[in-house]
Design a protein around this ligand. Structure first.
Ligand code: SAH
Ligand code: SF4
Ligand code: F3S
Length: 432
């Protein structure tokens, strides 16, 4: 029996896809192993979104080359977004890769690997307009949360972003497949599902829109919490606002990527909204949904961004008071519109100075927002052991991390916790 080891880089979508790949391979008589040394096939499921993700994979490949020198029969495969982005470049002799498969080619992996065992070097990077792997159920261990991919690809054209070229056109999975997967997960003991898509508000399958999909998933017995990520700020339908507010299973947390706070930069990024439109939407969501937590993604140093324009990003952050944020320095990506049109002309020093100030501001705001939770009691869905000894952690409805003394609760159990202290990233409390 051939044994396969898969390593995952990148986003939640890739984590999910790794499980899809494992299912496909297991159905084709491969044994899935947890240890690279005992594997006859090693696959890296890769990410291309920023240069450092890309670099990490190349570093890993140079280490794995040694493994191939020691055990020449090992098959090395690169799958996922970087495979799609670089295509056959990775098959060059000096890199030592045998198999390349893009995100829509996973059904062909057993065949590609068999041919590689026969001595070939193969790539399959055809993107599909229809593949959703809806009938392939991901292998899943136990835990608190399970991801469900509800749509693949992206039809937006944000100029900085490689995802449309690595994941192809947008397509929505049938709602029946999504609900069936939620039922299976519930029967395995999962209490929370997170619905994933690059742009969930574009979900559309026959007459079913995203709000309706969320409602259908919420009718699954045993699922007690539903999260989703990400909506695009260009459209946030009223029906989805109503669902988040009125359906007790749907968590009061929305991740709404801002990217930049200046209109000229937003336009160059092709985000299709202005600073005022974004702030109005954030304000509207906060006023409609009590206790809403808002998080975001921000890029600093997009080509031609001036210090003054960066100040606009800081003012939006001050105005909206995000509960948390992922913040990135602009990283030029091969195959994007920005790469073709705009030289990466903001110096690394300027990017570093901007991100440092942004992170500092956000830290203060997160601390302020978390401090408002002190004295309150939340239901935490336990995820596992915390870094501190004898402490465990979970998340509350608003997705805040709650750390408390280990009371024996296992991952997937709910515990009521009274908060007595806040830090910028966590709430600290005690089970009540
Ligand atoms: N589809 C998701 C985003 C996926 S990528 C959405 O639109 O919400 C996750 C985040 O990575 C983006 O929101 C963006 O902030 C960041 N990102 C994408 N491309 C980048 C680049 N070239 N440089 C720096 N950050 C980037
Ligand atoms: Fe990339 Fe924009 Fe699509 Fe998100 S919405 S994946 S940032 S192109
Ligand atoms: Fe995800 Fe990275 Fe691809 S963020 S969609 S794995 S480029």
């Amino acid at each position: 029996m051939k044994s396969v080891y898969v390593e995952t880089y990148g986003c939640q979508m890739n984590e999910y896809d790794t499980e899809i790949v494992k299912t496909i391979l297991a159905q084709n008589s491969f044994e899935i192993v947890d240890d690279v040394e005992s594997a006859s096939v090693v696959l890296l499921n890769t990410c291309s979104v920023r240069e450092n993700a890309h670099r990490r994979v190349l570093q890993r490949l140079s280490i794995l080359k040694e493994l191939k020198i020691r055990r020449p029969t090992v098959i090395l495969g690169v799958i996922g977004c970087m495979a799609q982005n670089l295509k056959t470049e990775l098959l060059e002799e000096k890199i030592g890769v045998d198999v390349i498969a893009g995100p829509d080619s996973y059904r062909n992996l057993p065949d590609l690997i068999s041919k590689a065992i026969g001595g070939g070097k193969l790539a399959d990077v055809l993107l599909s307009r229809v593949e959703t792997y809806s009938d392939v159920f991901p292998t899943k261990d136990e835990g608190a949360n399970a991801f469900i991919v509800v749509m693949r690809g992206c039809d937006n054209v944000c100029s900085f972003c490689v995802v449309p070229s690595t994941r192809g056109r947008e397509r929505s999975r049938d709602p029946e497949g999504v609900v069936e997967e939620a039922q299976r997960l519930a029967s395995m003991g999962f209490k929370q599902v997170t619905l994933l898509g690059q742009n969930v508000n574009s979900y559309c399958h026959d007459d079913c829109d995203f709000a309706e999909l969320v409602q259908s998933v919420s009718r699954v017995d045993g699922i007690r919490r539903i999260r989703f990520t990400s909506p695009h700020p260009k459209d946030f339908p009223k029906r989805l606002v109503d669902v988040v507010r009125d359906n007790p299973k749907v968590c009061s947390h929305i991740h709404l990527p801002l990217q930049a706070g200046n209109d000229r930069i937003l336009d160059k990024m092709r985000r299709t909204y202005t600073q005022r439109e974004y702030c109005a939407l954030a304000q509207h969501l906060r006023s409609e949904i009590p206790e809403l937590a808002l998080s975001t993604d921000i890029i600093v140093g997009f080509p031609t961004e001036t210090e003054e324009e960066f100040q606009d990003t800081l003012s939006v952050v001050r105005e909206v008071e995000f509960d948390s944020a992922f913040m990135f320095k602009y990283s030029e990506r091969k195959g994007t519109l920005a790469e073709r049109k705009y030289p990466d002309d903001v110096s690394d020093e300027a990017k570093t100075s901007r991100i440092t100030r942004l992170v500092e501001l956000q830290r203060k705001i997160s601390f302020k927002r978390n401090s408002q939770c002190v004295g309150r009691v939340f239901d935490a869905l336990v995820e596992g052991k915390a870094k501190k000894p004898n402490q465990i952690f979970g998340r509350n409805d608003a997705n805040r991390i709650v750390v408390f003394p280990d009371n024996g609760a296992k991952p997937g159990e709910f515990v009521s916790v009274k908060i007595h202290e806040a830090t910028p990233n966590t709430l600290i409390g005690k089970a009540v």
